[in-house]
Design a protein around this ligand. Structure first.
Ligand SMILES: [Zn+2]
Length: 379
């Protein structure tokens, strides 16, 4: 097989002037960041599957460009194998094109801030422009702007989730600052939702914030869940946890659960609302709240400061996957994390047909339980 010619961006531009075609083989999300002027945006896989969409003439000269010059070379080799004879790959790709100050055209209708801010997402074929637009349309409810809510909210805002609805009725206390990184020394005494909104809008002014200084309770939960796509459970007490799980089943919303206790944490996705009989709910796992003596208050039990960071970010990861429809979520699996052993282990979870939250005994769940304040369920 003949060696593929490598040419400079300036040489590619010159040959385009003589009628050669330049094909940009990057992914759509990368095209959105801008294109060489006059280039045809056709992702590599699409081009290799059907090069005749550019030209059926195997004698015509085709110049290929990608981001750095590697993928365009592979695409040229694939086209050569298909019988194309006059192929060249642009050395250094679009990065070199841009550095040389050669003419560009806009790739997407989105503004420059959007394209630059999310450029690392746009480069991922699994996210791309479509995925980033989907994130921008998404509404996520965070119950709790504390240990779990802090890292989750920070990263979801950074990633471009369009709207964050945050519910918390607490105020910032100095003892929170060891792990609740949304808050600062200067904001002690302020409502947590207000402190969270300040931090998040400083990070990403594009994100719409809906802070609700309310306690998640029977009379507030339905309104909070309205129109949201995913719910993050960052609650620190069992009554809220059961209430939230039941409401998510009722409204058909996926619930991303997380809990921490001293040096250990757990994460799962409860999706019984959308997949009844297939996916479990929180009550399938823990039918009854533990006795108060088995569930010491976090303030009494203590928690390693970094632990909610780990668990909250696992929750945020699941939220992004749910919005983007990527990979396998933790639905039907409970992930345990042991920080001291630095070990993850996984338990399979099946829906309980008799479950009071999502099964045949549905609606018979204990609606009111005494206010036991801690995060992790007993093991
Ligand atoms: Zn259930």
């Amino acid at each position: 097989m003949a060696t593929i010619e490598e040419i400079s961006p300036a040489e590619a531009l010159r040959r385009m002037g003589q009628g050669s075609r330049l094909v940009d083989v990057r992914e759509p999300g990368e095209h959105a960041l801008g294109l060489p002027e006059g280039a045809l945006p056709i992702p590599r896989a699409m081009l290799e599957a059907d090069p005749s969409r550019v030209t059926p003439d195997t004698q015509a000269e085709l110049l290929l460009i990608c981001a750095g010059g590697y993928r365009s070379m592979l695409a040229a080799q694939a086209l050569q194998a298909r019988g194309y004879t006059r192929l060249a790959s642009v050395a250094g790709g679009f990065d070199a094109w841009r550095r040389a100050g050669l003419p560009e055209m806009a790739g997407a209708a989105e503004d420059a801030d959007f394209l630059e801010r999310y450029s690392r997402h746009l480069r991922l074929p699994q996210v791309g422009l479509e995925g980033q637009r989907r994130l921008a349309q998404a509404r996520v409810l965070l119950v709790g702007a504390g240990g779990l809510g802090s890292p989750a909210a920070y990263y979801l805002a950074a990633a471009g989730v369009g709207t964050l609805v945050i519910a918390d009725d607490d105020v910032v206390d100095r003892s929170n600052l060891q792990r609740q990184v949304l808050h600062t020394e200067a904001r002690i005494g302020l409502a947590k939702v207000e402190s969270a909104a300040t931090a998040l809008s400083a990070l990403n002014p594009r994100v719409r914030l809906e802070p609700h200084r309310v306690r998640v309770a029977v009379d507030t939960v339905d309104a909070l869940l309205r129109d949201v796509d995913v719910v993050i459970d960052g609650a620190d007490n069992f009554p809220v946890r059961y209430l939230l799980s039941d409401a998510c089943v009722r409204h058909g919303k996926p619930l991303v659960y997380g809990a921490v206790h001293r040096f250990e944490g757990q994460v799962s996705v409860f999706d019984a609302g959308r997949r009844p009989g297939e996916a479990p709910c929180y009550r399938c796992l823990f039918p009854e709240p533990p006795a108060p003596e088995d569930a010491p208050n976090c303030a009494e039990a203590g928690v390693l400061g970094v632990l909610p960071g780990v668990i909250g970010l696992l929750q945020a990861t699941e939220v992004l996957k749910l919005i983007l429809g990527l990979g396998q979520t933790l639905s039907g699996r409970l992930l345990h994390f042991d920080a001291l052993a630095m070990r993850f282990r996984e338990t399979r979870l099946a829906p309980d047909p008799e479950c009071a939250g999502c099964g045949s005994r549905r609606g018979q769940g204990t609606a009111t339980v005494s206010d036991v304040a801690c995060a992790a369920a007993p093991r």
